[in-house]
Design a protein around this ligand. Sequence first.
Ligand SMILES: [Zn+2]
Length: 247
Amino acid sequence: MPGEKLSSEELARYDRQLPLFGIGGQAKLKNVSVLIAGVGGLGSFEAMYLAALGVGRLVLVDADYVDITNLNRQVLYWTEDIGKPKPYPAAEKLRRLNPNVEVVVVRERITPETASRLVKDVDVVIDGLDNWETRLILDEAAYRAGKPYIHAGVYGFQGQVVVVVPGETPCLRCLLPPFLRTPERIIAISPVVGIVAGIVVMELVKLVTGIGRSNKGRMIIVDTYNMEFMNVELKPRKGCMCPEPGV
Ligand SMILES: [Zn+2]
């Protein structure tokens, strides 16, 4: 279990961010446990940012193997990792980046059964997924368990982030049309993935520490082609499962 106290090594390591968070905020980050669902492009950046920030526990969930086509954006996997089971090479690098962080590897597919078990064990759930079917499973499991879920997606030059807080905001299912098709081949480049993952992690930091203004209840859409950011207010959908969490 991550402790309350910060060591002298941690005080030095976080010297350039303590003015933003204070010792109290840093201790809150140290005490938080985050599920990263899918350690691909988004998950790589999210995990790296969270480990560098000093988040106490990261649970990396992924059952795939590293492929050469991953390397243009999944920055925690390097050439020598091709063929290795994810997310072990990612966990190994994260531990080297910040040994204060507990990194847990889960090689499981996300199904309704695994999702409801996995979300119970963490404080916040973040999206590193590449398909809508699994996102909706995770969204529902997190909502029913009362855990915040930060959705993120990227495609080409664009991406989006939604912060779902059970009981406070609409869920992800509210926002989506009933039939969604996931593209066969996700087109993605590291700078766009990094920007979107950075937004996810900033929103997580704000949820945990209480600093700044949370973007919960809105969808931020990132368009790097035109370099525009749009924020769209979200409305709950009538008849969705989310107005009754825990039922
Ligand atoms: Zn809903």
